[in-house]
Write a protein of this length. Structure first.
Length: 497
């Protein structure tokens, strides 16, 4: 767990830096006198539709890499490892099918979006290079993570991508390019970071293209195909459940409301920053633990991830909700976006629930019970799609937030129950409730003491007091062993100095 903790800390720092840059980008997108809500929404739709293309094109190869890489590593020399070759070829074939499907269904896209989201129709074709970049980068990232090289891919995805976006925004706001050229260049951002990662892997002699079939591939071919097929369907279901809200909003009520929902989602997604770093690091560790039948290690990862992610999520959510009103005013966010504050709260509760249940999805996906992950994905999709459609039409973007909260709560409850019943794994303890009570207490004390103080001074005082109470409570109550171990490491280092 020490190695996981070390990499998680570094990855979290990289991701936080990336999100800070993303915050600057979002501010430029949404502040008065910059982009319109519809233009901002278009950039978010590139991500959502690009992720959908990735889901259909990858044909399950990402999970195959995470599941079977330990077998390739243990039985083949690096220059004999053909897993990456077949994964890339399979995914490229899948993307060709996506392009064909996009061409066939273009008239339907035009029909559904031209009335309320004409800007999306204008740039529809430019989403394809964006989706290809997501696909290729994610494959290379999975391979790199299994080589225990998790930091640089995280930097490229979370920081470098946003720096490139910031550069584009700056060029646009300076009047050097128009919005049309901005979106054309935006479409190639993922391909740029993909080329950087590929160049690094090749230069370090870690990426080889082997076109002969290895003995490991021959041995596991049938299992690879079965796993890939199930996971492929499961990934489509899960990613659709993640992105269909904004697509539904764009189709049903227009790009302006999509932009408001996109900003609310961005703010709520700050809660998931630690979760993203933990997931990328624990996947290879869980795959190895399942291979070694090390249930003690799996149980430890499950429990640690749950309490650590819950504490991180509570801290971030508390900081956001204490200052959300002042933040909108002080940063001169366009007035339309303030209508999404309720959406931020609802989505944040959904993110808290997801964080608190730890890496349950990753445990199931790397086990022999990945078929169950597929079935829960089907349940999630059957819940979230009709709920989104009905509630968006009925109450607007808040309806989509409620659809997410209901669907993901049920989804996580099912996975929690399965792991408890099947493997006697469950992540909660009395410290889970203590953590929640600590977060609530820290929030209300900070709010009640400084609720009448506005402006930057109010933001600073509320945030400082909340942080002091929260972190003092973590150490006093000894809510997570990782916090105490970090203190021990710091003492040893200062002792040596």
């Amino acid at each position: 767990m020490g190695q996981i903790r070390k990499q998680a800390i570094i990855s979290s720092i990289v991701i936080y830096i990336g999100f800070f840059i993303g915050f600057i980008n979002t501010w430029f997108f949404t502040k008065n006198g910059s982009f319109t809500p519809a233009e901002y929404a278009l950039t978010r739709l590139f991500f959502d539709v690009g992720q959908t293309m990735y889901a259909f094109a990858n044909l399950g190869v990402i999970s195959v890499i995470y599941k079977f890489f330990p077998y390739y590593k243990d039985n083949l020399k690096p220059k004999e490892n053909d897993l990456m070759t077949w994964a890339l070829l399979t995914a490229i074939g899948g993307f060709i099918l996506v392009v064909i499907g996009g061409w066939i269904f273009e008239p339907l896209i035009v029909q559904k979006f031209s009335g309320r989201s004409a800007l999306f129709v204008d740039y529809y074709k430019w989403i394809f290079p964006f989706g290809l970049g997501i696909l290729l980068f994610t494959i290379l990232e999975a391979f790199s993570n299994n080589l225990k090289k998790t930091i640089f891919p995280a930097f490229l995805r979370e920081t470098a991508l946003r720096l490139l976006t910031l550069a584009l925004i700056g060029i646009y706001l300076l009047g050097l390019i128009d919005f049309h050229l901005f979106m054309q260049l935006f479409a190639f951002l993922y391909l740029v970071i993909t080329m950087i990662l590929a160049t690094l892997l090749i230069s370090n002699n870690q990426l080889h293209f082997i076109f002969s079939v290895s003995r490991v591939t021959r041995k596991f071919k049938k299992k690879i195909v079965i796993l890939g097929s199930y996971v492929f369907a499961g990934q489509i279901i899960f990613i659709l459940s993640q992105v269909m809200d904004s697509i539904f909003i764009a189709s049903l009520i227009g790009l302006t409301q999509t932009g408001i929902f996109a900003l609310a989602s961005f703010i709520a997604n700050l809660i998931q920053i630690p979760q993203r770093s933990i997931v990328s690091i624990t996947l290879p560790a869980l795959s190895q633990a399942w291979k070694d039948k090390d249930m003690i290690e799996i149980d430890r990862i499950y429990k640690r991830s749950s309490i650590n992610l819950l504490l991180a999520a509570l801290f971030i959510f508390g900081g956001i909700w204490l200052n959300i009103g002042d933040a909108f005013r002080l940063l001169h966010i366009q007035s339309e976006y303030a209508t999404g504050i309720t959406v931020i709260f609802i989505l944040s509760i959904s993110r808290l629930i997801d964080a608190g249940t730890g890496v349950n999805a990753q445990i199931i996906a790397t086990s022999t019970q990945w078929r169950f992950e597929f079935m829960t994905g089907v349940i999630l999709l059957l819940l979230i799609l009709p709920l989104n459609y009905i509630l968006i039409k009925k109450i607007g973007i808040e309806g989509s937030a409620y659809a997410n909260l209901i669907s993901f709560s049920i989804y996580n409850a099912i996975r929690y129950g399965f792991l408890w019943k099947r493997y006697n794994l469950q992540p909660f303890s009395n410290k889970t409730m203590l953590s929640i009570l600590l977060g609530v207490a820290a929030y209300f004390i900070s709010y009640l003491l400084f609720r009448d103080m506005q402006g930057w001074m109010g933001v600073i005082l509320r945030s400082v007091l909340f942080s002091i109470i929260f972190f003092a409570g973590i150490f006093t109550l000894k809510l997570t062993p990782d916090a105490m171990q970090l203190v021990d490491v710091a003492k040893k280092r200062f002792g040596r100095n």
